[in-house]
Design a protein around this ligand. Structure first.
Ligand SMILES: [Fe+2]
Ligand SMILES: [Fe+2]
Length: 274
């Protein structure tokens, strides 16, 4: 299931200003989500640069086609997140700019100074963790009906992450290969981007600390906003641990049929597909 990679140009529009606490009363979860969205216009162009650098070394036409589609999908993703992030930035968190600059500098430095093997292992470290997390959060059939545009945007993005789930793994394997190196750099990559997201979340919480809420109230707020429940998030761990095993390959990751229905929905909604 879900074995084609479709590049979709999406029509999502966001209001000029979005309240960054879009999960009512759950500042932590709302800001964590925003941190992820702020990460992407820096990270995804870096992934694209790494793929483009690998392109000339790829001799397998199937891997090459996947690489090109991966780059085209990520190009659509970060542009859409830039649009969303612009609405968020207008709501006043002045130090985000410096944090983003630091991240952007890191990724440009990696492209300039690190080996292609490092950059491809970073890409797969990111893709493996996020794809397996997304699978857990989305299955069996996504976030539910009647979503606000920012959640539809996330759902579309997540569907495409599942569609291109094997590409970074295959490109690394084809061009460089090696389990231990991929494991070491991939784990470091996961620390690198998640610690940046944690810093962004704590900065935003410092600027706008949330009210004290009980676990019940937080769970209700998340459900109302269409966000995954805490038990679903907790159940992530076992499925994430498998990505560190030597036997792990994203080719063995089966995607639920309900996700194909979502992929079809977003293909219908797209302005243009290829
Ligand atoms: Fe993406
Ligand atoms: Fe991706």
């Amino acid at each position: 299931m879900l074995d084609t990679i479709t590049v979709r140009q999406m029509p999502f529009e966001f209001p000029d200003e979005i309240d960054p606490v879009f999960i009512d009363g759950d500042h932590q979860q709302s800001f964590g989500f925003i941190a992820g969205s702020l990460l992407l216009p820096h990270l995804e162009p870096y992934l694209i640069r790494s793929m483009k650098a690998a392109e000339k070394h790829v001799t397998d036409p199937k891997v090459l086609d996947g690489l090109k589609r991966f780059a085209a999908q990520e190009g659509q993703h970060y542009r859409m997140h830039m649009k969303f992030n612009a609405s968020i930035r207008r709501s006043g968190f002045p130090e985000l700019e410096a944090l983003e600059k630091e991240l952007s500098d890191d990724y440009h430095r990696f492209s300039r100074t690190k080996s292609l093997r490092f950059n491809l292992a970073y890409a797969e470290g990111f893709e493996a963790l996020t794809m397996n997390a997304i699978k857990q959060l989305m299955e069996p059939d996504g976030f539910g009906p009647d979503l606000p545009p920012y959640l539809e945007m996330v759902e579309w993005h997540f569907v495409e992450e599942l569609e291109h789930r094997t590409v970074a793994f295959d490109v690394y394997d084809h061009v460089c290969g090696g389990y231990f190196y991929r494991l070491a750099v991939g784990t470091w990559a996961q620390w690198h981007f998640t610690s940046w997201m944690r810093r962004v979340t704590s900065y935003m919480l410092k600027v706008r600390p949330g009210p004290k809420r009980s676990a019940r109230q937080l769970a209700d707020a998340r459900q109302e906003a269409g966000m995954p429940s805490a038990p679903k998030v907790r159940s992530l761990l076992p499925s994430l641990l498998r990505i560190y095993l030597p036997s792990y390959t994203p080719h063995d990751v089966e995607i639920a049929p309900g996700i194909q229905a979502l992929a079809d929905k977003y293909t219908e909604m797209a302005i243009k597909t290829s």
